[in-house]
Design a protein around this ligand. Structure first.
Ligand SMILES: [Zn+2]
Length: 100
């Protein structure tokens, strides 16, 4: 049985599903798969490259330690967003857009 099927395509015998016109078990499975994929995206953290971070400071002529800290913070947030958060958000958004 494919996920997100309507009852017209689904041969499950769940009374509750028939009342709602879609198979709840399939819908739960679809959402669980999306959550699992999103969780995998969120796992881990970007590697720290001291050389790359140092170059970032030099390229920008940053010598003030507070400015350096802000640059490091912004770089880390940006990398987390790119490598972990945005992928998870896409998966969750796509899963929520499907109307059973
Ligand atoms: Zn069902």
């Amino acid at each position: 049985m494919h996920i997100s099927q309507t009852m017209a395509e689904c041969d499950c015998q769940h009374d509750a599903c028939a009342a709602r016109k879609y198979c709840m078990a399939a819908e739960i499975e679809r959402l669980r798969a999306a959550l699992t994929e999103a969780k995998n995206c969120l796992d881990g953290e970007p590697d720290y490259h001291s050389c790359g971070m140092g170059c970032g400071l030099e390229d920008r002529g940053i010598t003030d330690r507070y400015a350096a800290m802000e640059h490091g913070w912004c770089s880390a947030i940006e990398r987390m967003q790119e490598q972990h958060v945005s992928g998870a958000l896409e998966i969750i958004s796509a899963a929520l857009e499907v109307n059973p």
